[in-house]
Design a protein around this ligand. Structure first.
Ligand SMILES: CC(C)(COP(=O)(O)OP(=O)(O)OC[C@H]1O[C@@H](n2cnc3c(N)ncnc32)[C@H](O)[C@@H]1OP(=O)(O)O)[C@@H](O)C(=O)NCCC(=O)NCCS
Length: 183
């Protein structure tokens, strides 16, 4: 999906951005060194809309990050988001490997975010923030003026993250009903 859309389908993530959060433990002064910057340029990571072939890597990551639930078929979720004209799954690739994902969808009113996940061993390196920024950019390009997301109430860790990147708790209650149950 996404071809012909006005949304950015690729975001370059300079490794230097990650290093500032200390990925390799290099002091910031080293980043300013010309040789290191040149080296980092060649190591840049990429956020792009994932393709059908990425299903297994993305759903495996979602399972590792604790996001899958028995009542959601992760593979179906992945393909539906990809197939929609106003939705996508963005993936952060480092040397080809998917180390983070975020699902984005614009419903005509709000931009929604799901399945934000960073590989456990790559967390706390600034990647979640970068993915959220790419998700916001993608949704804004689709026409969204506000981004919303739902966090499971027991996921206090994620709440801490969202608070840190300036997301505010909205005074709303989410109501839901399954539509495939006969009444
Ligand atoms: C939530 C998640 C995506 C965060 O990704 P991450 O790459 O670890 O986050 P970042 O390193 O980009 O953190 C960005 C900022 O938030 C801070 N932060 C991260 N987690 C935090 C937490 N639990 N509490 C407080 N601050 C936190 C970081 O220190 C960083 O602050 P800084 O920029 O001032 O240094 C990641 O922990 C994850 O994949 N969790 C499992 C899946 C999940 O729960 N997803 C959310 C579903 S709603």
């Amino acid at each position: 999906m996404g071809s012909g859309s006005t949304c950015p389908s690729r975001f370059v993530v300079p490794k230097v951005q990650v290093l500032q959060s200390g990925t390799l433990g290099l002091p910031l002064a080293s980043v300013r060194n010309q040789n290191v910057v040149t080296l980092l340029y060649h190591w840049q990571m990429m956020i792009e809309e994932l393709s059908e072939a990425d299903e297994n890597a993305a759903t495996t990551l979602w399972a590792e990050a604790g996001l899958t639930r028995a009542w959601n078929d992760a593979a179906t979720d992945f393909h539906r988001a990809r197939d929609g004209s106003t939705s996508a799954v963005l993936g952060l690739r480092d040397d080809g490997e998917i180390v983070g994902t975020v699902m984005v969808g614009f419903d005509g009113h709000r931009g929604w975010i799901y399945y934000l996940a960073v590989m456990p061993q790559r967390q706390r390196q600034g990647l979640g923030r970068v993915l959220m920024s790419a998700a916001e950019g993608w949704l804004q390009a689709k026409g969204a003026t506000k981004v919303q997301l739902m966090v499971r109430s027991e996921n206090e860790y994620a709440l801490g993250f969202y608070q840190r990147i300036d997301y505010e708790e909205a005074p709303v209650v989410v109501l839901s009903r399954w539509l495939d149950i006969k009444r």
